[in-house]
Design a protein around this ligand. Structure first.
Ligand code: SF4
Length: 264
């Protein structure tokens, strides 16, 4: 059993008010960070989860309405987790007229061979990233889009703050260290709760990310719980956090590399 929901392959309602809200937030991020330009060939990395799937569908809407010409393909990596089967997901994307390509690489054997404590995610993600980056470069994709949303950015900021002593997050747009790939995160402004709600409204055939039997990182889970707890008292925490990330005051931090305190 792979898909959690049974899709009837009826087209989703792309004009649902929540879909429209999310589409507008994506468009805003695309504009603010100059994420796309004419003739871009975009690879949207889809995992089978709600976030990247919604991104692919709404990006199709944006493409139809955009003043620039760009094309995209939803690319999925089959990591050979036991029981992985993307047939229903593929059919669903086809019914939405989304171009799709599958890559097959057995990273599952590598992580289970190398990692003995059952927490595979870190190595699994590293291998996945390397494969996808190589694939995008080899197939001349000009950009890669990832499905990270506003809450991923917030959690990452807190993780970096509390565990690595760095004030940084997942950037909305990034050039890879080897200069081969440009990565964009068009869902940077979108709240996870909206993605969850839309995935239910659309009744999407989601592929769960737990086939490998690994646990989500405890630290990230802790950050998620912290945010959920705080949101009970601070309902606009997500929006305010995002604004903070976009409103940095170097003179009110302590980093000499970004502000010349010595010559004040
Ligand atoms: S849950 Fe499994 S498939 Fe997902 S990142 Fe972790 S190890 Fe990889």
């Amino acid at each position: 059993m792979i898909a959690e929901n049974i899709s009837t392959n009826k087209p989703v309602d792309r004009n649902h008010p929540l879909a429209t809200k999310i589409r507008k937030q994506i468009t805003q991020a695309l504009v603010d960070f100059n994420m796309l330009k004419n003739d871009d060939k975009l690879m949207i990395c889809v995992s089978g989860g709600k976030d990247s799937s919604i991104l692919a569908i709404l990006m199709d809407e944006i493409r139809k309405r955009a003043e620039i010409d760009f094309e995209f393909t939803a690319v999925m990596l089959d990591q050979k987790q036991p029981g992985f089967n993307a047939d229903q997901f593929k059919n669903w994307l086809a019914s939405e007229n989304i171009k799709f390509q599958m890559i097959e690489k057995d990273t599952y054997s590598i992580v289970t061979d190398k990692i003995k404590d059952g927490v595979y995610c870190s190595l699994c993600s590293k291998l996945r990233r390397a494969i996808l980056y190589d694939f995008a470069f080899d197939h001349k994709y000009t950009k890669m889009a990832l499905g990270h949303h506003r809450d991923d950015l917030i959690e990452t900021t807190l993780l970096n703050l509390f565990y690595t002593g760095q004030l940084s997050t997942m950037p909305a747009k990034l050039r890879s260290d080897d200069n081969r790939n440009t990565i964009i995160r068009p869902l940077a402004y979108v709240a996870e709760k909206d993605l969850i709600e839309l995935s239910k409204i659309w009744n999407m055939p989601i592929i769960p990310c737990n086939l490998c039997g690994s646990q989500e990182g405890m630290k990230r889970k802790k950050m998620k719980k912290l945010i959920i707890d705080l949101e009970k008292d601070i309902p606009n925490l997500g929006g305010s956090f995002l604004n903070a990330l976009m409103n940095v005051k170097p003179s009110h931090l302590l980093d000499e590399k970004i502000y010349d305190f010595k010559n004040l």
